[in-house]
Design a protein around this ligand. Structure first.
Ligand code: 3SL
Length: 261
């Protein structure tokens, strides 16, 4: 009798009553091999996940992300030529023969609407590739921070891993800024949220420090400095620093295939 009651109480317990645990990993390699989160959010503020958010917002059919360029070319070749674009960079520079680089201001409706974007970038798409087995996989950047937070609150994964892309395996300031922005918003929306590692706590402190001037943080970051040295990235900085502007939640629907669901 007692057992029956316990089971029926459990079944009626809404998922949202289970506190979400948030861990942040600066780069995918920091995520322990035996960690199996219920959801992962990949962040590459400069610039891959900002570009993904804007491309889907502007009507791209999907963004299909690749770590490997040969895999990308093979998959793109199998797609109708008038419905595909190749998009990507190495070291911030557009890849030879590609239609677009990795600028979020270039993925305008006239260019991307209805198209599948085959995308490969130095760090962001590699980070996505490393966590593609996680059951719920989203990407976030500052412009869609609120939309992603709302989706996570609705899904209420028990353990959420926020994963930065970093730069060639090393820490990046701007990804930590956005990780902190997301974690802070999740804790505002659900105060019982548990911040489960020191990296997440530090990211939230970073957000507190820079929340009134995110673009200055992006420009101060080492990859921001790299883009400044390449020149002509002011519009990208403005776009990547814009907070809570988009409703889009890029969600993995098949291996590496992100759609606005
Ligand atoms: O590292 C990446 O994946 C890119 O976003 C880098 S860049 O900003 O396009 O140079």
């Amino acid at each position: 009798m007692e057992q029956t009651l316990a089971v029926s109480v459990l079944c009626r317990t809404p998922m949202s009553s289970v506190a979400m645990q948030i861990s942040y990993f600066h780069v995918p390699a920091e995520m322990p091999a035996d960690t199996s989160p219920d959801a992962a959010v990949v962040i590459d503020v400069l610039r891959a996940t900002t570009t993904i958010a804007w491309a889907l917002h502007h009507g791209a059919e999907a963004v299909q992300a690749f770590a490997d360029l040969e895999d990308l070319r093979a998959a793109a070749a199998a797609w109708p030529a008038d419905k595909r674009l190749l998009l990507g960079e190495r070291g911030g520079q557009t890849l030879p023969g590609f239609d677009l680089g990795n600028s979020p201001v270039a993925v305008v409706p006239d260019t991307v609407a209805g198209k599948r974007l085959f995308m490969s970038t130095t760090n962001g798409t590699r980070a996505l590739d490393r966590v593609r087995q996680v059951p719920l996989l989203l990407t976030a950047a500052l412009p869609n921070r609120e939309a992603v937070a709302q989706r996570l609150i609705a899904s209420n994964p028990g353990h959420l891993a926020i994963v930065g892309s970093g730069w060639e395996g090393a820490y990046s300031l701007e990804d930590s800024l956005a990780a902190g922005a997301l974690a802070a918003r999740l804790q505002e929306l659900a105060p019982s949220t548990v911040i489960a590692n020191d990296e997440a706590t530090a990211a939230m402190a970073l957000w507190q420090q820079w929340r009134d001037q995110p673009e200055a943080c992006l420009r101060a970051a080492s990859h921001g400095q790299r883009l400044i040295r390449l020149g002509d990235h002011d519009a990208d900085f403005r776009c990547c620093a814009g907070l809570d502007q988009l409703d889009v939640v890029p969600t993995q629907q098949g291996p590496g295939v992100l759609q606005a669901v």
